[in-house]
Design a protein around this ligand. Sequence first.
Ligand code: HAM
Length: 422
Amino acid sequence: MLKKPPGIEDIFPDAMEKWDHVTGTARDVFRTYNYKELIIPVMEYTEVFARGLGDETDIVSKEMFTFEDRGGRSLTLRPEGTASVVRAYVENGEYNRLASCKLFYCGPMFRAERPQKGRLRQFNQFGAEFFGSENPYHDAEVIGMMDAISRRLALAPYAVLVNSIGCPDCRVPYTEALKSFYTSHSARLCEDCARRLEKNPLRLLDCKNESCRALRAEAPVITAFICGACRDHHDRVKGHLSQAGVSFTEDPFLVRGLDYYTRTTFEFVTERLGGQNAFAAGGRYDGLVEQFGGKKTPAVGFAAGIERILLMLGDQRAPERRLDVYIVHSGGDALALAARTAAALRERGIAADLDPDAGGFKSQFKKADRERARLCVIVGEDELREGTRSIKDMGSGEQASVPADAAADRIGAMLKGSASLP
Ligand code: HAM
């Protein structure tokens, strides 16, 4: 038997109901905030992520699926969406000329992490990116948008952690302070952190190693180093969040494991996920568009892990998805009429199914039950003879016979709730 690689999952139709509920809710909320969907490629030149996310990040240094194409160019399966969206935005003259731009995406990401509950090698995100303003209103709007999705999906209890990691200017004294703190405790650092200390001391704050985590509690906090403009920005983000009724907690160590962030960083966390406690996260990245060759364009966004949200929903049922109509027939000539009925229903946008190899009526009704069909249409010997169709309401058990050519309209009206049996 052939098997799938570790950390990669198949998603079967029974799981799709909840999946569609999650992504459909996100799409609905994105639409109400005027975000428009884009589809970004699953792979990019490696440089997009190496430059965008930072060489010293865990993702770039050890988690990317990178390979050479036939021409010897290095390609990488996208580990996240932001760098790709920025690359696409900069490359697309029409969009990057707009004063501002609201985009969202949904799809698989790839990270060679050690698989465990809530941590996959192929996982799915929905995410949103706003381009064009450094107004703190937008930071709060993006956080509020994920909060709205979380509330609609009833994900509570969860917490929204927020922080500001300042701009490149105020980060200079902060990284110096971190460097000197960690240098004086270098014996307690893991191998990776000992290496990263010189080049990128900020990354030590998000190391998952136990000893480094313990050390972090004593490390200097960004709050003491942040410049006036960044402090004002952060205060205004918090003000907008309060006005919008979004509860949040400040976490001065929330630096996020990606180099592109400036100022605001945030995470949606829950204890219900165990070790992998973040189900959505994001922040501001005012320098990335310019770094990718575009004109200076401030930006802010977030992404959420769909599988983690599904874990949080647990056994909670998604709104039931039912088949509209199952067609029960007696074979032979009745099969041709059953197929014609199915085609007429589908033309009207009604979902219909039948089994050409059907056995007796009893086993066909069983199949209808399994598909949770709302209605059954029966095409048997009586209906053939009389030029009728029998419609059975699977909820009430009521059944009535209607002229064959009126059946599809009647069914359409019944499904809309504007007609009933008999
Ligand atoms: P991230 O924190 O790396 O941020 O990922 C966002 C979310 O994706 C996480 O909170 C988590 O729910 C989910 N996730 C990440 N890795 C895995 C995994 N291995 N298995 C399952 N779920 C996972 C970003 O990706 C940024 N691009 C977010 C962003 C958008 N920042 C600004 N704009």
